[in-house]
Design a protein around this ligand. Structure first.
Ligand code: NAP
Length: 398
């Protein structure tokens, strides 16, 4: 098979996948405990007792991101603490519970989760489960009377996002999406640079979020299992580039085109796309090129080019180590606007301020819904190989 034929075969397979509902749900996924991820370091001694006035949060899903990134940093938040844990793996639940000083009565399984309604020390839950489980567990948390912080992407479809927002409204509880870059100093500085006109009129945004997945299958890895992940790298990693295009332009695209590729005979991509490339056109005339891949050498990059200057970030949206250079033609400046590390605590404190002070949420469920509408439009454009026109709320026109 020639390269050209392989590409055609992949594109055709991708189109079939999209037509069969790349964003639709397969059989409803089920929450199931998993082993302790490799490389986790648990605290040698439980953190200090929390201040009583801080918001008690139950962590749902003790996976890689929860155990390596979020839980170790919650102590940096001045307004939240871990009040409970929810896991489907009893041994891991006990081990993590002991390490973080969470009493057995505040450790729940997926089967006993509803009992959390009777625990007044838990005011909110933080959903850190595979994406296909976000909607169901948000609804369960709202039914238990808790506020919800939900990992990105919000869910698998606009319909699921709408259900989550409705459940939040019915329960009169907050819903926030954990888009941490809105709280990260380098990304905030980039937003300020574009909003203040420092770059002039924005013309081009380029983003790339890619890495190469090792050998894996849909049965062993939820990130390549369509019912748990959606279409693949776009929802998981490319969403950072999509978000950046929106927060740097401050606009919604009015039309977009896209392509999605899935190589034939690769078990990693039996159910998801390997690469997605998007070109989005904004009312101001700015164009964003958003590329994401699960099968190319790693990159995490955002660039915005205006009529006066350009900004470059690489890495752009990491947990740490982000960089920001402003290129003004003859001169370039390297900015150090702060420590990216603060993004986690700042996000949690923002959630607490919404709960305690009724402060408006800057990354609400409506933002997650907006992004999921755009992702749906991207797959529709890739499938039809046509430009898709958009309404200002991200829904497809016509
Ligand atoms: N914002 C960010 O920078 C960032 C980074 C990475 C991940 N995330 C998001 O965080 C969420 C979790 O990602 P992760 O990397 O932590 O995943 P992960 O390491 O695979 O952990 C997911 C956890 O969810 C629970 N789970 C319940 N049902 C499951 C099922 N059917 N299959 C697999 N796991 C199941 C398990 O916890 P128990 O064993 O305790 O039940 C599992 O350990 C996703 O929404 C992802 O997009 C965000």
């Amino acid at each position: 098979m020639t390269r050209r034929q392989a590409i055609e075969a992949g594109t055709a397979a991708a189109a079939v996948m999209a037509a069969s509902g790349a964003l639709a749900q397969g059989p409803a996924p089920v929450a199931k405990g998993q082993p302790l991820p490799e490389g986790v370091t648990l605290p040698a001694s439980p953190p200090r007792a929390p201040r009583p006035d801080t918001v008690g949060i139950a962590i749902i899903g003790l996976g890689d991101y929860a155990l390596k990134q979020i839980m170790p940093r919650i102590a940096q938040s001045g307004r939240t603490h871990i009040a409970a844990l929810v896991s489907g793996n009893p041994d891991k639940l006990r081990q993590v519970g002991e390490a973080y000083g969470i009493p057995p009565a505040a450790r729940y399984s997926y089967a006993t989760f509803a009992e959390i309604a009777a625990n007044p020390s838990v005011e909110a839950v933080y959903i850190i489960l595979p994406t296909g489980l976000h909607a169901e567990w948000a609804e369960r948390a709202f039914a238990a009377g808790k506020h919800v912080l939900c990992e990105k992407p919000m869910a698998l479809s606009p319909a699921e996002c709408t259900r989550m927002i409705a459940a939040s409204e019915r329960a009169n509880r907050k819903l926030m999406i954990a888009y941490r870059c809105h709280f990260e100093p380098f990304n905030r500085a980039a937003m300020d640079l574009t909003a203040s006109g420092t770059l002039g009129d924005l013309r081009l945004i380029r983003t790339e979020h890619s890495y190469r997945l090792g050998p894996t299958t849909p049965a062993s890895n939820w990130r390549v299992n369509r019912a748990l992940t959606g279409g693949g790298p776009l929802e998981d990693y490319g969403i950072y580039g999509l978000q950046a295009a929106l927060y740097l332009t401050g606009e919604m695209p009015e039309r977009l085109s896209a392509s999605a590729f899935r190589p034939a005979d690769d078990p990693r991509f039996a159910e998801v796309f390997a690469h997605v490339a998007v070109q989005a056109h904004f009312p101001s005339g700015a164009v964003a090129q958003i590329v994401t891949s699960y099968d190319s050498a790693g990159i995490n990059m955002v660039e915005a080019r205006g009529t006066k200057a350009a900004l470059m970030m690489q890495p752009a949206t990491g947990y740490g180590g982000n960089t920001l250079v402003v290129d003004e033609g003859r001169t370039s400046r390297t900015l150090e606007p702060g420590d990216p590390e603060v993004q986690f605590a700042a996000m949690l404190d923002h959630f607490a301020a919404a709960i305690r002070d009724a402060a408006p949420i800057i990354t609400p469920g409506e933002m997650g819904l907006r992004d999921m509408r755009l992702i749906e439009a991207i797959y529709a454009a890739a499938q039809s190989r046509r430009m898709v026109a958009l309404n200002p709320d991200g829904t497809m026109r016509g």
